[in-house]
Design a protein around this ligand. Sequence first.
Ligand code: FMN
Length: 180
Amino acid sequence: MTDPREPQGGRRGVPLRRIEPEEWTTRPFQVLHEQWALLVGGDEHPNPMTISWGGFGTLWELPIVTIFVRPVRHTWGLLNASPFFTVNFMPEPFHRALELCGEVSGRDVDKWAAAGIHPLGGGTVPVPRVAEARTAIECRILAHLDLDPARFLDPAIDRHYPQADYHRAFLGEVLAVWTR
Ligand SMILES: Cc1cc2nc3c(=O)[nH]c(=O)nc-3n(C[C@H](O)[C@H](O)[C@H](O)COP(=O)(O)O)c2cc1C
């Protein structure tokens, strides 16, 4: 199924098609760690933020994407205000956009304009995906959990939290996957 709303003038001019979550193939321990992704939260004022921590799996008999966001992020407030997000994997030429969206905050900057990327609505969730993405996943947040340092079993984990800004894990049911 092709999406008639997909911009035809994309990088390769190839529209994304919607597939079932079960059909999506990736390298789960490589794709976020090495390629990063743009997390978009917020329906009224959506904001892209770079992520490299997260996971893909099954919970409650549903396909689930889990993302980890520190409370200091502008995106943290957006995710708590509206229970939806998209995770967008970008083609190689957008590496600078990924760097920028991981350096500056949507509190201060319109990152869409600054990074040269565009929101694309009309999917299954009220939060847009990134029009230039090569793969985009649309999610509805079903639950969130705050990491509790009292439960860290390896003291080495503490080095990730010099500011004690422990991540909130957002568990999102996958409603749609769009890919080339
Ligand atoms: C490669 C990379 C990966 C990142 N991964 C995460 C992450 O998984 N969770 C997180 O809270 N912040 C992560 N960050 C930091 C945020 O992207 C960064 O603080 C961003 O400016 C927050 O944007 P916001 O304030 O608009 O939400 C990452 C940054 C980079 C460069």
